[in-house]
Design a protein around this ligand. Structure first.
Ligand code: XMP
Ligand code: MG
Length: 180
């Protein structure tokens, strides 16, 4: 059990489980993208740890770039307008793979992916660590996924609760057995 700010979280996915899934994903991508020199675009902040571990497991030539999107605060997705900052690579004609920590409602990516499509990449695919299928309001196609999880808030392994918890090596789930 860990305490972050005012909330308790219980262990959900171990470091070993995460690493194992990432290895399988990296092997699949390495096979699918042999000789395509894909460009990975990792979405900060949440995906930094996942992006790093996934990238290390690739066995093909690949590039990586990092961007920041703003659309989230606290424990619920907000309706903010999305802007992307920091894309320093021309994606025209490139095979792009987006790296995202978690697809929750799908709102963030369903607004961002069309922006990228306007820049004429050869292809765009999505690699996500986590997906909450029950939370979907804006369906997006996830091409590579490590875990489908219940609709509960999670932290750790790059994901935060109001800024904290990113350094945890495992993923923790909000403990909703509130004691009063
Ligand atoms: P949407 O709803 O647009 O949300 O798919 C995507 C972004 O929301 C954040 N998010 C979370 N962050 N624990 C977190 O730490 C969660 O359970 C969670 N659910 C959504 C995350 O930044 C993601 O990129
Ligand atoms: Mg994120």
């Amino acid at each position: 059990m860990v305490q972050i700010h005012d909330k308790s979280f219980i262990p959900y996915l171990s470091e070993a489980q995460i690493k194992e899934k990432i290895k399988v994903m990296a092997a699949g991508i390495s096979k699918d993208y042999a000789d395509k020199k894909p460009l990975f675009i990792a979405i900060l902040n949440g995906a930094f740890m996942f992006a790093s571990d996934l990238f290390k497991e690739l066995t093909i030539d690949a590039e990586i770039s990092f961007i920041k999107l703003a659309s989230y605060s606290g424990t619920k997705s907000t309706g903010n307008v999305l802007t992307a900052i920091g894309l320093d690579t021309d994606i025209n004609g490139r095979h792009v793979i987006i790296i995202e920590d978690i697809v929750d409602t799908g709102k963030t990516l369903s607004s961002f992916l069309p922006q990228l499509e306007h820049q004429s990449p050869a292809s765009i695919k999505l690699a996500a660590l986590l997906n909450k299928p029950e939370a979907t309001t804006h369906p997006v196609k996830i091409d590579y996924l490590c875990f489908s999880i219940p609709n509960k808030f999670v932290v750790g392994y790059g994901l935060d609760y109001d800024g904290l918890g990113r350094n945890l090596k495992e993923i923790y789930q909000l403990d909703d057995h509130v004691l009063v």
